[in-house]
Design a protein around this ligand. Structure first.
Ligand code: E4P
Length: 219
């Protein structure tokens, strides 16, 4: 399972890279809006420091402009994945870009059939949004489960990139259901390290070792 960082914050990305866990990064207009500075510089820097796919979303609206902007975005760096929101009017653009070999991440996926349509077009990733289903009191995890079944049934190459992950339970279910990728906010990634029994265990080992009053393990 690949882990992407769901952030446009360069400091946080730099903090996590040495852990070896960062297989890529996803950004979106809201995440970029949280950062100060020159947007292009930020995105170029992210592409430079991350050894993996970096999703950058189009913000244009008309299909023609979306196509042009997708090309511009894809030219920013070799590891760029162009993120395009799911919409009927963008399907010809998605199909064209896919045929041109541009790697796409189709975002704001909320149904199995939306995912099927763009998987048929050979996009690199589909991003089912889990948390936003939960926000309206519907279990978003079913979508991920169904997408994994769809991928197996039809042998699609399109990777299932679970997005809008808000808590550890979401991530645990993504693991069990077999999502190819989970994009995780850094704050949530931090939580994966905190287990009271691990902390207690370390404390007990330390205390028992101190009772021996030795400083070196072998002498
Ligand atoms: C990532 O690709 C998505 O844009 C992101 O996970 C959305 O998360 P949110 O629903 O918490 O904004």
């Amino acid at each position: 399972m690949k882990f992407f960082l769901d952030t446009a914050n360069i400091e946080l990305i730099k903090e996590w890279i040495p852990t070896g866990l960062v297989d890529g990064v996803t950004t979106n207009p809201s995440l970029i809006a949280k950062e100060g500075g020159n947007i292009k510089d930020i995105l170029l820097e992210i592409c430079k420091i991350v050894d993996g796919d970096v999703s950058i979303e189009v913000v244009e609206k008309s299909p023609e402009k979306v196509y042009e902007q997708a090309k511009q975005i894809s030219n920013l760096a070799k590891n760029v994945i162009v993120k395009i929101p799911f919409a009927k009017e963008y399907l010809p653009v998605i199909s064209k870009l896919s045929k041109e070999g541009i790697k796409l991440n189709i975002t704001l996926i909320f149904s199995l059939t939306q995912a099927l349509l763009v998987s048929k077009l050979g996009v690199a990733y589909v991003s089912p949004f889990i948390g936003r289903w939960d926000d309206i009191d519907i279990d978003g995890m079913d979508l991920v489960k169904n997408l994994v079944t769809m991928k197996k049934n039809y042998n699609f190459k399109t990777e299932i990139l679970a997005a809008s992950i808000r808590n550890v339970i979401h991530l645990q279910k993504c693991i069990l259901y077999g999502a190819d990728v989970a994009t995780i906010p850094p704050k949530l990634l931090d939580k994966l390290f905190n287990h009271p029994l691990t902390l207690q265990g370390i404390e007990k080992f330390d205390n028992d070792w101190k009772k021996l009053a030795k400083t070196d393990l072998f002498n």
